[in-house]
Design a binder for this molecule. Structure first.
Ligand code: ATP
Length: 330
């Protein structure tokens, strides 16, 4: 399904009280967070603090998102999506509205963050995203509707988080939900089969979107040539160019492969005095990390000073021995 975010499905003002029909929990609307094809999201105040509440008139989409969040919650490590809180219904004016509450992920979306903090953050954040995608893929899912609006940067320390699991699809099936600019079907006529390369194509387009915040449409049939031209026309994309092109062509088998390629490109292109986040620290490339390198150097320095000490002690002892023998002979 193509994502069309034009209609607002609900319109409840701040202060509206939502009482769960089954669990009797009370949530008070603080403000609207956003809406899309699958429903409306509000920031609410619950008994345990702020939460994001997503409501929809479709029980199917609520159930399917809840299932994805439950499956993500079983994965070890940093959470892959917002933590699920509760699933319930709200009966208001004779209508049943399905909803679930989840962790409120506070921050700026990826585009706004990079616009306010500078493009030097792009590499680190995309590398984090690729780590999360690798875990999502290893669990047998494909995120599907990857776009900057679905990526929130929390912190400091800054961390990219995926929200809106509405497009998350089991590998092998047809992608459930997509947005044209990030869709390989739209640009290349490529398949919409849920496989890791589908998400990696979208990551390539996210990198392009950072340099073209207004996005652009395809000219004619749209193809790699148009995308290559767009990449080459922006200086800020030069260090990502080989990685983006490989991602668009579907040459990376895994998100991990793309991450290493991206970080290698960045560490080679980075000048010694450039400012910005520490890209090397996030690297999993075979090159030795800076912190480890300096530790090795320190150890080498320590070893050579031990050696000098030993030589000096041996020399003094030898000298004393020679003096002793000389004294005995006299
Ligand atoms: N857990 C969350 N924490 C903070 N903000 C959130 C959260 N979930 C959703 N939002 C906000 O609400 C907006 C709409 O939510 P979401 O994308 O889930 O709706 P949707 O109907 O699935 O939209 P789409 O059509 O993009 O799929 C998001 O872009 C984001 O700004």
């Amino acid at each position: 399904m193509m994502n069309n975010t034009s209609k607002k499905p609900f319109n409840f003002p701040a202060g509206t009280v939502i009482r769960g029909k089954w669990y009797k929990q009370i949530y008070t609307i603080v403000k609207e967070l956003g809406y899309g094809a699958n429903g409306m999201v509000y920031l609410v105040q619950g008994a345990s603090g702020y939460l994001a509440l997503k409501m929809s008139d479709s029980n199917v989409s609520i159930t399917s998102e809840v299932n994805v969040l439950k499956s993500f919650s079983k994965v070890q490590g940093t959470p892959l999506g917002p933590k699920l809180h509760q699933v319930d219904d709200w009966e208001t004016r004779g209508v049943i509205i399905h909803f679930y509450t989840m962790e409120y992920i506070q921050g700026m979306n990826l585009l706004s963050f990079v616009q306010s903090k500078g493009p030097s953050w792009t590499g680190v954040l995309i590398a984090q995203l690729l780590s999360d995608l690798e875990r999502i893929h290893q669990e047998g899912w494909v995120f599907g509707d990857l776009k900057p609006e679905n990526l929130i940067v929390t912190g400091p320390p800054y961390r990219i988080r995926c929200i809106d699991v509405g497009g998350t699809t089991i590998q092998g099936r047809a992608i459930k939900e997509f947005t044209e600019f990030f869709d390989r079907g739209y640009w290349l006529g490529g398949s919409r089969k849920a496989e890791p390369t589908y998400d990696l194509f979208s990551v390539g387009m996210i990198l392009i979107n950072i340099a073209y915040p207004q996005r652009f449409n395809k000219t004619g049939t749209g193809n790699m040539q148009q995308l290559r031209k767009a990449i080459a026309s922006k200086d800020q994309l030069s260090k990502f160019q080989p990685t983006i092109e490989k991602a668009l062509e579907g040459s990376f088998r895994t998100a991990g492969e793309m991450r290493i390629h991206l970080l290698n490109g960045l560490s080679h292109g980075r000048s010694a005095h450039s400012a910005g986040p520490a890209v090397k620290a996030a690297s999993s490339s075979p090159r030795q990390p800076a912190s480890q390198r300096s530790r090795v150097q320190k150890q080498q320095r320590k070893k050579s000073s031990h050696f000098l000490e030993t030589v000096l002690v041996v020399m003094i002892v030898s000298l004393l021995y020679v003096l002793y023998i000389y004294g005995e002979l006299m």
